[in-house]
Design a protein around this ligand. Sequence first.
Ligand code: SF4
Ligand code: SF4
Length: 276
Amino acid sequence: MGIQEQYRSEAASLLSSGEVKLVIGFGAGSTADRRRPLFARTGEEANRFVLDASCIANLSTYLLTEGLLSDGKKVGIFLKPDGIRSINILIAEAQLKPDQVVILGYAIENGQLTALEGRSVADFNGVNEKIRSLALPPAVQQDIERLEAMSPVERFQFWQDQFSKCIKCYACRQACPMCYCRRCIVDVNQPQWVNTSSHTLGNFEWNIVRAFHLAGRCAACGACDRACPVNIPLRLINARMGREVREAFDYFAGESTDQKPVLASFSKDDPETFIL
Ligand code: SF4
Ligand code: SF4
């Protein structure tokens, strides 16, 4: 039995047995290489799940749909390592309860699909080398290194050029599982903290504020830059911030469900190189 059939059958039995009320996975998309979210509530619907190397979206964002988990029932969900990291961060931030999620984990390595062992949140909690090693695709790592090789002036120009394209559609925010605030700072208009029109200063404010908001919280899933209609490589800035946090505080976001948020906690051993 292939992985797709195995997971279809697992999803169907989770639903038929009543262990979960819903399974969130992937269905066929509008083109052969696109997949769209599929929400199955019966074993029969689970037969429509598709699982292949095109299933790249981080579905964890749907778990935060208002009211979905308020009845205390469980939901099953197809997740790659970045989605599992997201779940761990959301639990650490008290947005999810671990016993409400059944993880149908899989990984895509060099275009090949593999099944991940474990179904409960606890199975993926704690230092997990598999999750660490698959968390940042090599292409993103290479792009970060290309940016690092630039002079500060060149790098600033790079981001200025990129952010100047922003049309403030906020699709990046909507796609991101970590952007769960019911009212975002950019939607507050009394006072208006961040200018909502598309111009250089406001675009910088929005994108830098968001990058700082995600520092130590980003799961590097890339949902933001896939959602961006003007192709700003948002994952690069968030992944770079993630690396900064890792190097400074030995903190890998999403590794465990009881991590304290890195920028909201303090240890007397924290580096203080910013103090001159
Ligand atoms: S900031 Fe982008 S890459 Fe990071 S978790 Fe959000 S959507 Fe994923
Ligand atoms: S998705 Fe892209 S264009 Fe839209 S607000 Fe985010 S960065 Fe700007």
